[in-house]
Design a protein around this ligand. Structure first.
Ligand SMILES: Cc1cc2nc3c(=O)[nH]c(=O)nc-3n(C[C@H](O)[C@H](O)[C@H](O)COP(=O)(O)O)c2cc1C
Ligand SMILES: CCCCC(=O)C(=O)O
Length: 382
């Protein structure tokens, strides 16, 4: 199977290495890829390494409380799961396994609207696990050319108990992911874009462009056919007008856009460069987090994703103003390794790293983590 003989994984890299050795090429390359030269993919992690933690000592750190809230929902730690499409390529249980692991860890999971499991099935999958409270689930949304289909997704999420919409705003077109073009990426024939009947299967599954100048990834063709590139801020207001649950924007990287997002009335901002899969040479998210938080000035919650792999990364993001962070690829590698239990194991490891980072920096609760706990490098950009 995909599970390594011994389960002695000690950090998140171990899950990734296991996936590189065991996953099928079409899926591995799709999950791993960034756009073009993958400069932003690398930068997302390197930028964390350049930030220095300034630990304080001789606080009583015998009890550490990592709990926090997102959009007024209590969660056990600020480490959440980002939306990633087509999780059943990683493991047959796909999105249900991720949802169940998130529920077991009492953390927030964002479901991609391009999931290989329907919104309703994901909602159902955690019912038997919800003991004291149901962990928050959010739906990631693209605004599709078909506005009625978009509205229906929002309604289905609301009806299924999802508590927020994360509207992705950085993907008017798909970034150029060279491995997917070379592989002519296809969704395997037994899987579908489950929220859209069988339409997704037929389009992402089909060979499309014939030359390398066209983007021969099946996904790029699908995105071009489905997503509306005319989107503007007024469409964010439209989503708000049809949604009864909070609307967040995912994919903000500048103070200017953060201000426009607040003006548009969003309930939260996810600082994200889509894991380096869209605009290559866009800045690392951790390098622009502070700029965004300053512009927002506490009016809405700000979250971050991109390159978070260590408890110290989580600590740095919180020190620079994030309310919580979201993990993308690490959940896919963990899912591939051992389904639901794999994702639980991965979250256990990074949560324990974060607990230790808090203790060694002299913080007993997340609100103790302050800007003074980190020192930025002189040039916090590419
Ligand atoms: C394989 C894959 C699929 C993704 N699918 C989506 C998606 O459907 N919608 C979306 O908004 N973001 C998507 N993302 C971006 C993630 O939500 C997130 O921004 C990114 O993965 C965070 O970076 P990390 O992978 O370094 O943690 C995807 C990322 C990956 C790696
Ligand atoms: C718009 C593409 C759908 C999945 C995705 O967001 C990604 O592969 O990064």
């Amino acid at each position: 199977m995909t599970k390594a003989a011994q389960s002695a994984f000690v950090n998140l890299d171990d899950f990734e290495k296991n996936a590189y050795a065991t996953m099928d090429r079409n899926a591995l390359d799709y999950y791993r890829s960034g756009s073009q030269d993958m400069i932003t993919v690398r930068e997302n992690q390197r930028a964390f390494d350049r930030i220095i933690i300034r630990p304080r000592v001789l606080h009583d750190v015998s009890h550490i409380d990592m709990s926090t809230s997102v959009q007024s929902h209590q969660i056990s730690s600020p480490i959440c799961i980002a939306p990633t499409a087509m999780q059943r390529m990683a493991h047959p249980d796909g999105e249900c396994a991720t949802a169940r692991a998130s529920q077991r860890q009492n953390t927030c999971m964002v479901l991609s609207s391009w999931s290989t499991t329907s919104i309703e099935d994901v909602a159902q999958s955690t019912k038997s696990l919800a003991l004291e409270q149901e962990a928050p689930k959010w739906l990631q949304l693209y605004i599709y050319k078909d506005r009625e289909a978009t509205r229906r997704l929002i309604e289905r999420a609301q009806d299924s108990g999802f508590s927020a919409i994360a509207l992705t705003v950085d993907t008017p077109f798909l970034g150029r992911r060279l491995a997917d073009i070379r592989n002519r990426f296809r969704l395997p024939p037994h899987l579908t874009m489950a929220n859209f009947s069988d339409q997704g299967k037929s389009q992402v599954g089909k060979a499309s462009a014939s030359s390398a100048a066209d983007n021969a990834s099946g996904l790029a063709a699908y995105v071009a056919s489905q997503i509306d590139p005319t989107l503007s801020w007024k469409h964010v207001q439209w989503v708000k007008s049809v949604s009864r649950i909070p609307v967040l924007v995912k994919g903000i990287l500048t103070a200017e856009d953060a201000l426009l997002a607040v003006k548009a009335g969003v309930d939260g901002i996810i600082v994200s460069n889509h894991g380096g899969r869209q605009m290559d040479t866009a800045p690392a998210t951790i390098d622009v987090l502070e700029e965004v938080c300053r512009a927002v000035a506490g009016r809405v919650e700000v979250y971050l994703d991109g390159g978070v792999r260590r408890g110290t990364d989580v600590f740095k993001a919180l020190a620079l103003g994030a309310k919580a962070v979201f993990l993308g690829r690490p959940a896919l590698w963990a899912l591939h390794y051992n389904g639901e239990d794999g994702v639980v194991e991965m979250l256990d490891i990074i949560n324990e790293e974060f607990r230790l980072a808090m203790a060694l920096a002299g913080c007993v609760k997340v609100s103790d983590i302050k800007r003074e706990h980190v020192r930025m490098p002189a040039h916090a950009c590419l």
